[in-house]
Design a protein around this ligand. Structure first.
Ligand code: F6R
Length: 364
């Protein structure tokens, strides 16, 4: 049932404040100001390395997690798309945790990678949305997302719930490694707890995003730029746009532009820049200005301060609530989803059932 919404995708985008809050309940204890795991006695302290494996949008959630795990817990992370993992003969040592991320819990490549990691002696953790799925059954450490059934083929609410779980998991890992004192843990809980309201704040800009969709809908190619933990969002933005609007789109690390892709820039290629205020803002903005200097038309997604500082020569800006950098990837997922959605609607494509795609990919 789509409720009042025209498509399942839009309904699922709008469910995010609720389902992210619901998911976080299993991972943070707000009153105690502590992060927690659904399986509290699982020993994270002995984990020496994490291998993250997933496909598509779930892979991009894993890519954000790599930044978090390394930054907060100082645990080295390998990251692979599942279809590559087994075939590159990955080195898996004792004390390794293999972490699989999947909405459906049935994706064939991810499942095969899970079984391979198990045969190599890894502990198996699974972030999964379907609690009765094969991956859920095969996990040593089951980390459920509580997004509820996701019907739209393009993943939306599952992604932000995955990010919520992974951020909380990063904090749990950091604590187990002695790298998160009680004060820092309190802060993490506070920031995570702010995510649902911030998502709501982001949804409030739906109309202004819709208003610019027709411009993007006329483009043949679109680029997305981001840095640090927001770089995977650039990749996710490009994937969403490709799969539902059939516009060719690519995501790049902002600093990579000058190593090749800037040659693509002209007034016909919109460039969507994801740049929340924070330690990486100035660097991203200087990459954005390199694009503008070559006639590129930029859509800047930032908070009020960021747009005040750098929005002047942009074709358009999208204002997000000001959030702590930890939750920025969760909040900035919303404009990226909404933009793809409205562009697809403007183009008249089948938003919930894009051509050539299936919700669950059960063949390798
Ligand atoms: C993109 C999308 C796909 C899935 C991918 C993995 O919007 O939905 O890229 O993310 O097929 O699926 P799961 O998460 O079920 O393993």
């Amino acid at each position: 049932d789509k409720g009042n919404h025209r498509h399942f995708m839009l309904k699922e985008i709008y469910e995010q404040p609720i389902v992210v809050a619901q998911t976080l309940k299993s991972y943070v204890r707000r009153l105690e100001e502590q992060v927690s795991l659904p399986i509290p006695d699982f020993d994270l302290g002995t984990i020496r390395r994490v291998s993250i494996v997933a496909c598509g949008t779930s892979f991009y959630a894993g890519m954000v997690a790599k930044y978090w795990f390394e930054q907060f817990a100082r645990v080295p992370v390998d990251l692979d798309v599942a279809s590559e993992f087994r075939y590159r003969a990955p080195v898996m040592e004792e004390g390794g945790l293999a972490l699989f991320i999947s909405q459906s819990g049935e994706t064939a490549d991810t499942l095969a990678a899970l079984r391979h990691a198990r045969s190599e002696g890894q502990k198996i953790a699974v972030v999964v949305n379907v609690p009765t799925s094969t991956m859920a059954r095969e996990a040593d450490l089951l980390l459920p997302t509580h997004a509820g059934p996701e019907i739209g083929v393009a993943s939306t609410k599952a992604f932000t719930c995955q990010l919520a779980v992974l951020a909380a998991f990063a904090a749990n890992l950091a604590r187990a490694k002695g790298r998160l004192d009680a004060k820092a843990e309190k802060e993490v809980v506070r920031h995570l707890s702010e995510a649902p309201a911030a998502i709501n704040g982001a949804l409030a800009y739906d109309e202004s995003i819709e208003a610019m969709a027709s411009v993007i809908a006329g483009a043949r190619d679109v680029l997305y730029l981001g840095r640090g933990p927001d770089y995977p969002l650039a990749l996710e933005g490009a994937l969403k746009l490709k799969e539902i609007s059939y516009i060719h789109a690519e995501g790049y690390a902002a600093g990579e532009m000058k190593h090749g892709p800037i040659a693509l820039i002209d007034e016909n290629v919109p460039v969507i820049v994801i740049a929340p205020s924070g330690p990486l803002f100035d660097k991203t903005v200087s990459n954005m200005q390199e694009v503008q200097a070559r006639g590129g038309k930029v859509v800047l997604i930032s908070d009020y301060d960021g747009i005040q500082a750098a929005g002047e020569n942009c074709m358009a800006t999208i204002t997000m609530p000001k959030v702590h950098p930890l939750i920025a990837p969760i909040v900035y997922a919303i404009p990226v989803q909404l933009l793809a959605y409205h562009v697809a609607v403007a183009k008249g494509t089948d938003v919930d059932q894009p051509r050539n795609l299936a919700k669950s990919v059960t063949v390798e």
